[in-house]
Design a protein around this ligand. Structure first.
Ligand code: NAD
Ligand code: DAO
Ligand code: ZN
Length: 370
């Protein structure tokens, strides 16, 4: 079939709206009509050329929602007409990783997904016979996409696509890092570095679980007001504190350091600050931000010897087919706020404006509709 997609032909070039050929679903695959998709920092990161897994030409996008329009042989968990969210972290429910409660990193299709291909090693997208790569197993910057069944979370039908698409990445990543990865408890002091589309969801997750102090750190003071609306209790404007004083300032502010800190920037210097502002003896720092290819983190080992813990979180530690429908329920029951984080809605023809808004710090999330 012919579909409308925003194609990334090469790193650094604007996306081009084009008519693309899409093959139908093969065995174990699902054809999804994408109704709305968020534009995440990670799409911009791959488009910039800094992503070690970035492949071109491709159709980016991994934060979508839509309707199942066809299924291949053997598909049993979804049917035509179901509403669904694509999962860049699939859930096969059979691999060693899925059978463990300690991780959400299903490995069933990891190698082909990393090569921009479907599990059988081929692509469903092409233009004039030239293959296009899939992206993060999702490619939601297209009005139709094909997904492995294990990468599809069925959701309730009354949930608005242009809001719940954000659960496909940002919301689940932020809220899930608090609940699943860190397991923040009531009364804990939390510090969040980077108050963008991910960090603000960490803040609302921390408020949900009853954290005490929720300190936000950002270079952009324009983020203070919205972060307060989501539960931030204290703001540190990192542009106004000399770099060498930032960690002591936060340790002092929190009465000895954070019980949990979250790095939501993707900057290795900030990752070190986030670890070192943790409380001696038990403070845990969770890395969410994705750093550039080849970058490394460092600290003095004594930081760990004296009880601080460094860990990371992908997709908020969520097992997508199980947890995404629950988070959609939380939104529908008004336990979490998505509406105020979606600052811009644009037609797909203006998708490049979504990247400009992000780079200028003007948007939290832009949702693109088809
Ligand atoms: P964003 O651009 O919306 O927000 C980043 C924020 O960090 C901005 O408010 C910016 O002003 C702030 N910032 C920049 N430099 C800073 C510094 N030195 N100190 C403090 N604040 C600073 O980005 P986002 O969409 O929220 O994504 C954040 C990171 O999370 C990215 O690296 C993204 O790739 C990553 N990410 C990870 C996962 C995962 O599963 N681990 C999922 C999605 C996104
Ligand atoms: O299982 O080895 C693996 C890789 C899983 C990839 C998880 C990606 C999480 C971070 C990327 C940013 C997502 C938008
Ligand atoms: Zn699995």
């Amino acid at each position: 079939m012919k579909v409308k997609a925003a194609v990334a032909h090469r790193a650094g070039a604007p996306l081009q709206i084009e008519t693309v050929d899409l093959e139908g679903p093969r065995a174990g695959e699902v054809l999804l009509e994408i109704k709305a998709t968020g534009v995440c920092h990670t799409d911009a990161f791959t488009l910039s050329g800094k992503d070690p897994e970035g492949l071109f030409p491709t159709i980016l996008g991994h934060e979508g929602a839509g309707v199942v329009v066809d299924v291949g042989p053997g598909v049993t968990s979804v049917k035509k007409g179901d509403h669904a969210i694509p999962l860049y972290t699939p859930e096969c429910r059979q691999c060693k990783f899925c059978l463990s409660e300690r991780t959400n990193l299903c490995q069933a299709i990891r190698s082909t997904q990393g090569q921009g291909l479907m599990p059988d090693g081929t692509s469903r997208f092409s233009i004039g016979g030239q293959k296009l790569f899939h992206y993060m197993g999702c490619s939601t910057f297209s009005n139709y996409t094909v997904l492995p069944e294990i990468a599809v979370a069925k959701i309730r039908e009354d949930a608005p696509f242009d809001k719940v698409c954000y659960i496909g990445c940002g919301v689940t990543t932020g809220v899930g890092a608090v609940i699943n990865t860190a397991k923040v408890r009531p009364g804990d002091n939390v510090v969040v570095f980077g108050l963008g589309g991910i960090g603000l969801n960490v803040i609302q997750g921390a408020r949900m679980v009853g954290a005490n102090m929720i300190v936000g750190v950002d270079l952009n003071p324009g983020r203070k007001a919205i972060a307060e609306r989501f539960g931030m209790t204290h703001f540190v404007d990192a542009s106004q504190v000399p770099a060498a004083e930032l960690v002591p300032h936060i340790v002092n502010l929190t009465g000895g350091g954070a019980d949990f800190s979250f790095e939501c920037v993707g900057n290795v210097t900030v990752m070190r600050q986030a670890l070192e502002c943790c409380h001696k003896g038990w403070g845990t720092s969770v890395i969410i931000g994705v750093a550039g290819a080849g970058e490394e983190i460092s600290t003095r080992p004594f930081q760990l010897v004296t009880g601080r813990v460094w860990k990371g979180s992908a997709f908020g530690g969520a097992k997508g087919r199980r947890d995404v429908p629950k988070i959609v329920d939380w939104y529908m029951d008004k336990k979490i706020n998505i509406d105020d984080l979606i600052t811009h809605v644009l037609p797909v023809e203006k998708i490049n404006d979504a990247f400009d808004l992000m780079h200028h710090g003007e948007s939290i999330r832009t949702v693109v509709t088809f």
